[in-house]
Write a protein that binds this ligand. Sequence first.
Ligand code: HEC
Length: 101
Amino acid sequence: MNRTTRQALGAVLLAAAFSAHAQVDQVKVWAAACANCHGTNGHAQPGMEALAGKNADDMTKTLLDFKAGRKPATIMHQLAKGYTDDELRAIAAYFAAQKKP
Ligand code: HEC
């Protein structure tokens, strides 16, 4: 690998690292909006649905069902409408990756 290639590759990797970082931070901002009810990082108080460590696919499906009105809810159907499907997927993946309390 010559010097220019190496530098170019370095720049690409750096950019990837930065954007991955920005992505995580954005997810944290979204997840913070859930903390009031579901607890910090999905560690809910007793009686409230804990999200940490749940299956990401199941959670995504539940959130998309809320959004589409397929799953009856008191509040989640309204909240879920505030996010795109991809954002809901990212939020579900974030909570799934948190350790169970
Ligand atoms: C104002 C309180 C509140 C906030 C904020 C909130 N939720 Fe909920 N969540 C609820 C309630 C209440 C339920 C039970 C369903 C219902 O009545 O809407 C629920 C249910 C859920 C469920 C289904 C749990 C299960 O297995 O049945 C998921 C998943 C969920 N919420 C994810 C989220 C995510 C992700 C966010 C942030 C984007 C969020 N919630 C923000 C109150 C809240």
